[in-house]
Design a binder for this molecule. Structure first.
Ligand code: HEC
Length: 105
C-alpha cells in the first residue's frame, strides 16, 4: 500500500475525532478552551474590563441560568452581546460543568 496515502488517511481519522468528547466535561478545562478566561480573567475574578462581571464563587444554578439566557438571547442587555458571540461554543452540559466549577472558586 502507498504509505503516503495511509499516513494521509490516519491523519484524517485523527482530525475527525471529536475533541474532548471522551472527557467528562471538566469545568476548569472548558473555561480555558472555550475562551471564557479571555474576558472574565484566568481566575474568573479579574475581568479585562470593569464592566465585565467577576464570576468566581457564583452560585452554580444562577451562573448556569445566566449563561443559558445569554446564549438564547433571553438575557440581552447592553453588555450581553459581547458574550453571546462565544456561547455557540458551549453545550448545556458544558455550561453546567463550568457553572459547577465556578461555584467552587
Ligand atoms: C467577549 C467577552 C466574554 C467572553 C469570551 C465570555 N464572557 Fe461571560 N460575560 C461577558 C459579559 C460582558 C457579561 C455581562 C453580560 C450582561 O451584562 O448581560 C458576561 C456574563 C457572564 C455571566 C453572568 C454573570 C452574572 O453575574 O450574571 C457568566 C456566568 C459568564 N459570563 C460566564 C462565562 C463563561 C463560562 C464563558 C465561556 C464559555 C464566558 N462567560 C465567556 C463577557 C464575556
Amino acid at each position: 500500500m502507498n504509505t503516503k496515502l495511509l499516513t494521509g488517511a490516519l491523519f484524517a481519522a485523527a482530525l475527525a475525532m471529536p475533541v474532548g468528547n471522551a472527557v467528562a466535561a471538566d469545568g476548569a478545562e472548558l473555561y480555558k478552551t472555550k475562551t471564557c478566561f479571555s474576558c472574565h480573567g484566568k481566575d474568573a475574578k479579574t475581568p479585562i474590563m470593569p464592566v465585565y462581571p467577576k464570576i468566581a464563587g457564583q452560585n452554580a444554578a444562577y451562573a448556569a441560568q445566566q449563561m443559558k439566557d445569554i446564549k438564547s438571547g433571553a438575557r440581552a442587555n447592553g453588555m450581553s452581546a459581547a458574550m453571546k458571540g462565544v456561547m455557540h461554543l458551549v453545550s448545556d452540559e458544558e455550561i453546567e460543568a463550568i457553572a459547577q466549577w465556578l461555584s467552587t472558586l
